[in-house]
Structure formats: C-alpha cells, structure tokens
Write a protein that binds this ligand. Structure first.
Ligand SMILES: C[C@H](O)[C@H](O)[C@H]1CNC2=NC(N)=NC(=O)C2=N1
Length: 96
C-alpha cells in the first residue's frame, strides 16, 4: 500500500474530526469518565483493528487514551489509517 502525500493527508483530515497529523502519523487523544469506560472502548477498537488487520500504537493512563496511527509497511500514513481513525471516532462517538 502506498503512503499518502502530505497534501492528500491534510485534505482528508478536514473530514476527520479530532485527529492531527505530525511525525508521519495520525494522532488523537480521548478522555473517558473512568477506567472501565476507557478499557471498554479499547476492547471495541481492538476488534475493529483485527477486522482491518491494522493496529495502533496507543497509551492508556487511567481514563485517558492516546492513539497514534501509521502504516508500518508503508512507513507513513495510508488510507488504512484513515479507515481505522474513522472507525475509532464512530466507536467513541465523536460528533461530526
Ligand atoms: C503481518 C501483519 O499482517 C502486518 O504486520 C500488519 C499488522 N498490523 C499493522 N498495523 C499497522 N499500523 N501497520 C502495518 O503495517 C500493519 N501490518
């Protein structure tokens, strides 16, 4: 899979609420009401990752979740990263 150009990424980012692009990756962070809600969201996201065979680098700290998406095989951001980011927003119910 080919990595996207910065121009393509920035154009796609306009339609992707709450994500940023830097250091060759998409980034976002979420804060939940508590640890259980955060872990529940992480589990739901994990099943989506398996379905897409595309996996995040993420950090959970009590009720916060930081997510970094990049395509290792392409050494950059690809359409798969955007597909997973959209799915994550849907799971976390980010309003568009
Ligand atoms: C062997 C396995 O299919 C590959 O390593 C998949 C797994 N998940 C992946 N996740 C991400 N973020 N990038 C990849 O290139 C990738 N490749």
């Amino acid at each position: 899979m080919k990595k996207l150009t910065d121009f393509e990424i920035n154009r796609k980012l306009e339609k992707l609420q709450d994500w940023d692009y830097y250091d060759d990756a998409l980034h976002t962070d979420f804060e939940f009401d508590n640890f259980k809600d955060c872990m529940s969201a992480m589990n739901r996201i994990a099943f989506e990752c398996e379905a897409l065979n595309h996996h995040p680098e993420w950090t959970n700290n009590y009720n916060t979740l930081d997510i970094k998406l990049t395509t290792h095989d392409a050494e950059g951001v690809t359409k798969l990263d955007f597909k997973l980011a959209k799915a994550i927003n849907k799971i976390v119910e980010v309003e568009d």
